[in-house]
Design a protein around this ligand. Structure first.
Ligand SMILES: [Zn+2]
Length: 236
């Protein structure tokens, strides 16, 4: 009697582990294809900024990108596009790539189909209204996804983008440490995750990201890397 129970427990534990891997691993395509790196045929890196727009830090980052003549991709939270439409328009006007990052920044995992539809439809509507187009790239908040949101993304023709390397700028580390982590073993086709705002909140202090960026871009250039938008390096 004990053996079948033990086997059942092991089986259930394995299924749970597999579901968690499918939802949380940045390299798992079990729930649908994700891109955690781009094509490596050119020595290019894609800089990505999540959670904006933010009136202060997005603009500071835009200034650095302009000075360095470097493109980037911004994964925008729908309700912040609504709150700061002029900042979102400035990102677009500067020629950077814009992408979806949820409407409220809630994790899109274990949610009802109705709630997921609401998130997706509100994001699409605000992009059309404020920016005049609908992006084709999507990064699920926290990188967490479930089967339903991946099916929705696929149906809409969105590419789901995660990342190769993170600067860990959502933690309390210094700007220099963010840069050190972001610069660890850079590789051609790498997607670098940074933040110009903070999750669902309209408030943020991203001064350390700004500080880090001033180190990251010149350092990568010195190593012979150039920069590309995500859609330019995720071509398959
Ligand atoms: Zn985020």
């Amino acid at each position: 009697m004990i053996l079948p129970i033990a086997l059942a427990v092991v089986f259930v534990a394995l299924i749970i582990a597999l579901c968690l891997y499918a939802s949380f691993s940045i390299r798992s395509s079990l729930y649908g294809k994700i891109h955690w790196r781009g094509n490596s045929d050119r020595k290019q890196i894609a800089l990505t900024f999540d959670d904006g727009p933010h009136p202060k830090y997005t603009r500071e980052i835009l200034n650095i990108l302009k000075q360095e003549n470097v493109p980037a991709t911004f994964f925008l939270v729908g309700k912040k596009v609504e709150a700061f439409p002029e900042v979102a328009q400035e990102i677009k006007a500067a020629g950077h790539e814009l992408a979806f990052h949820g409407f409220t920044h809630r994790p899109l995992w274990m949610k009802s189909r109705r709630m997921l539809e609401e998130e997706v439809n509100k994001s699409r509507e605000v992009f059309r209204r404020v920016l005049g187009f609908e992006p084709q790239l999507f990064r699920p908040p926290y990188g967490v996804r479930g089967r339903s949101i991946m099916q929705t993304a696929q149906k809409l023709g969105w590419k789901t983008i995660l990342w190769t390397r993170a600067g860990w700028d959502w933690t309390e580390i210094s700007g220099a440490e963010v840069a050190r982590r972001a610069l660890r073993k850079p590789r051609a086709g790498g997607i670098l995750l940074l933040h110009d705002s903070d999750g669902p909140s309209l408030e943020a202090d991203r001064s350390r990201t700004v500080e880090a960026l001033k180190i990251i871009i010149p350092n990568l250039k010195q190593q012979g890397f150039s920069f590309a938008r995500v859609s330019e390096i995720c071509r398959d």
